[in-house]
Design a protein around this ligand. Sequence first.
Ligand SMILES: Nc1ncnc2c1ncn2[C@@H]1O[C@H](COP(=O)(O)OP(=O)(O)OP(=O)(O)O)[C@@H](O)[C@H]1O
Ligand SMILES: [Mg+2]
Length: 359
Amino acid sequence: MDTAPGAGQLDLRPDDLPDGLVVANRLGQVICFNAEAARLTGHRSDEALGRPVERVLPLEDPDGRPWWRLTDPYRGLATRSGQPERNLLLPGGREVLVTARYVRARPSGPVRRLVVALRGTDARKRTERSNAELIATVAHELRSPLTSVKGFTATMLDKWDRFTDEQKRLMLQTVDGDADRVTRLITELLDVSRIDSGRLEIRRQPVRLDEAVRRHVKTMVNGGCPVERFALRIPEPLPGLWADPDKIDQVLVNLLENAVRHGGGTVTIEMDRVPPTRTRQEGMAVTVSDEGPGIPEEAMHRVFTRFWRGSDRGGTGLGLYIVKGIVEAHGGTVTVGRSSGGGARFRFILPAGTPAFLA
Ligand SMILES: Nc1ncnc2c1ncn2[C@@H]1O[C@H](COP(=O)(O)OP(=O)(O)OP(=O)(O)O)[C@@H](O)[C@H]1O
Ligand SMILES: [Mg+2]
């Protein structure tokens, strides 16, 4: 074999490769068949060696045509240097992603070696499936409010004179509420897509968490929630926190709204310092607990996933996914558990102190 400079030190064995590797000599006989290729095809390496490559890898394209006949590396176009990635089928219908390189002694010369890389498609299939599911869910979530908007506006336009002002007002209020739902859903989806693609921008500045908590409780009380439903336990003094204030607001609003909407009884908001450990700097924790039904044990690992909803009390099930995304983008953690009152208990910890570039 050729040895590139440094290849000796590299000491790379074909079995170390994460992808399937099949190499054939100038006669088309298999001279290398690594462990991943054996796993993907179900052939043993020692049985594959020395056999014709098209027998060991009887690949077909999605229309069922034998791939080797279509590509014909040894007798095909002499200027070809390989094959781009293709989705092909192994016997039994197993899909693999295949790329090939034709190694020639000189340009347009005969193929001296054929190198084929194989990769399983399971991980890619999973992502595709989850994207397809996401689109289906989003379409469904958008359709129900829009169906209602369309229904009311069409009815009103059609029979304008037959409705009283009061009836029209009621219909318009519903339309208004549905339009808000769509706007909110789209805003949430934009956040989800930023989180998924790692583009969530965190603009850090000094944040007073205690003030933010008090402000949000006040807003909810002004919005009609009885003040007795909230209990604050905020110790003094609190360490300084550098965070993105708008994003922290989003986290607090969703946790408080959830506790009021999905939970019950008194909503207790506690703040405490988390002492530093060897691996983690000092942190600030906020715990929101309520006395409602809580999250069933078997669902706890799912609450932070997209679109998971335990009850039917409105909401799209994106709130906690965004909470987790925001907290983690700050270098923090969020957990769910059961409160002493039997309800849900959400706790997030953010790293405290000044960022390194200002210290
Ligand atoms: N404090 C709580 N008590 C009981 N169940 C809760 C509580 N918080 C959240 N849940 C459950 O977790 C689910 C997911 O919450 P999440 O905030 O992600 O979505 P949502 O509130 O339904 O919708 P959104 O926040 O996107 O408007 C909720 O539908 C609810 O069933
Ligand atoms: Mg919510």
